[in-house]
Structures are given as C-alpha cells and as structure tokens.
Design a binder for this molecule. Structure first.
Ligand SMILES: CCCCCCCCCCCCCC(=O)SCCNC(=O)CCNC(=O)[C@H](O)C(C)(C)COP(=O)(O)OP(=O)(O)OC[C@H]1O[C@@H](n2cnc3c(N)ncnc32)[C@H](O)[C@@H]1OP(=O)(O)O
Length: 201
C-alpha cells in the first residue's frame, strides 16, 4: 500500500481485530471483553472510518470517504509498530475502554512509551466516549497525571467514563491500568464541548 494513498481497502479495513503483532496479554484482554460483549453490555467499536453507533439511541452518520487522510493512531503501515488497540463501549456504564499495546515507534525514553502517545490514546478514548454519549464534541481541556512509565510492548487498559454533563460540557475521567489491573500508570480528567461539527469551527 503506497504510503500516501490510503487505498479504498485500507480505508475500510477494520484494524481493531487481532493480528500477528498482538502479545498473549493483548489477546487475553481482548478475549475478556469479547466474552463480556456476548450479553450485549459491551460492544467492540470497529476501527474503520464508518463508526456506526453501537447503541440504538445514537446514529453517527458515517464520515464522507476522504481518501487522503488517516486518523492519527492508524498512521503507520506495519502491524505492531505504533498504536495497536481496540475499543469497547458500555452505554449503561457510560464507559469506553481501550485495550492498547504501544509499539516500538512510540518510544520516549529507552524502552518506554512516549507520554505524548499515552496522551493521544487517553484523548481518543475519552473522545469516542464523549462522541458516543454526547454527540460530536471536541477536547477543550485534558489534564493527565503520569504515575508509572509504560514499557513499550506492554498491554494497558485505558478506561474512560462520562462523569457528568453540564449543558454542552462533557466531563470525563480516565485511568490507564496495567493489563492485570494492579498498576495505575496514569489518570486523567477531560472536558469535551459539544460542537455542531468540527469543520464548522
Ligand atoms: C462521526 C463520528 C466518527 C468519529 C471519528 C473518530 C474521531 C476520533 C476523535 C477522537 C477525539 C479527538 C479529540 C480531539 O483531539 S479534538 C481536537 C483538539 N481540540 C480542539 O481543537 C478544540 C479547539 N477549541 C474549540 O474549538 C473551542 O474552544 C471549543 C469548541 C472547545 C469551545 O468553543 P465554543 O465557542 O463552542 O464554546 P465556549 O467557548 O462558549 O465554551 C462553552 C463552555 O465551555 C467552557 N470552556 C470552554 N473551554 C474550556 C476550557 N478549556 N476549560 C474550561 N472550560 C472551558 C466555557 O467556559 C463555556 O462554559 P459556560 O460559560 O457555558 O459555563
């Protein structure tokens, strides 16, 4: 696939599915949420551009097919090099979680994940949570406390929830936990503001 032209196939490909780069921890955590999805409380969010809302209450119209852009997190060809992730949505708990395995091209200090890539995953997880529960919205503020560095190739759970709405303001919180849930790597709060459409800013 040419680097610049995100082919039709690539554009529609659902990247939020297991591939050869996923570690056993990543597969185990993914399978745990797939299992939880069997009764409908959780729903896997496909990665491709047409994110059709997974609840009956919200229908997010599919984006018109731009062929010359990619979402930032899917900007690397080559499995496992950058952001390997899959999101799950729980409408009742107002939560979106991301099962996330940072690859070697996201390095900060030797062998550890760059804080900016962690911030990107927090922003996007909270963003999808806000979009699915509050409609089109943009990040107004994001505050992150980085507690323990994340090793490249390790697997973490980015757990976001919509805490409250005040008019157009969506207040969210987020924790980044090790795949065994024992280590708190980072915690964040975010404010998203509902917008008619980002392009109409
Ligand atoms: C189609 C679906 C498919 C999805 C595809 C995948 C997409 C993935 C996307 C992933 C996600 C990626 C996400 C991204 O990366 S989004 C990209 C990064 N964010 C931006 O670029 C946003 C830039 N900012 C703006 O556009 C405007 O400032 C916004 C829209 C945010 C508000 O400007 P607007 O003119 O509309 O409203 P307002 O100014 O009257 O403010 C309204 C209220 O909010 C309060 N307020 C405002 N700012 C702050 C603040 N910083 N702290 C505290 N409070 C703040 C303000 O006091 C007021 O409160 P009140 O007086 O009403 O009480």
């Amino acid at each position: 696939m040419r680097q610049t032209q995100f082919s039709q196939a690539g554009w529609l490909k659902d990247y939020a599915l297991p591939n050869a780069s996923w570690s056993q921890d990543m597969l185990n955590l993914y399978n745990k949420f797939v299992e939880k999805s069997k009764d409908g409380t959780w729903k896997r969010i496909p990665s491709y551009r047409h994110i059709i809302a997974l609840t009956n209450s919200i229908k997010l119209e599919a984006e018109k097919p731009r062929q010359d852009t990619r979402i930032f997190l899917r900007n690397l060809d080559g499995e496992g090099l950058g952001f390997e992730y899959v999101m799950f949505f729980n409408p009742a708990e107002k939560r979106v979680v991301t099962v996330y395995q940072p690859g070697p091209y996201l390095e900060g200090y030797d062998g550890f994940t760059h804080g900016g890539s962690t911030a990107t995953m927090i922003d996007t997880t909270c963003g999808i949570c806000s979009i699915f529960l509050a409609g089109k919205s943009m990040t107004a503020s994001l505050s992150i406390n980085f507690k323990i560095p994340i090793l490249l190739g390790s697997v973490v759970l980015v757990d976001s929830r919509l805490d409250r709405m005040e008019g157009r303001k969506a207040f969210l919180s987020c924790q980044v936990l090790s795949c065994d849930g024992q280590t708190l790597h980072a915690e964040a709060t975010a404010l998203f503001i509902q917008v008619a459409s980002p392009s109409q800013r």
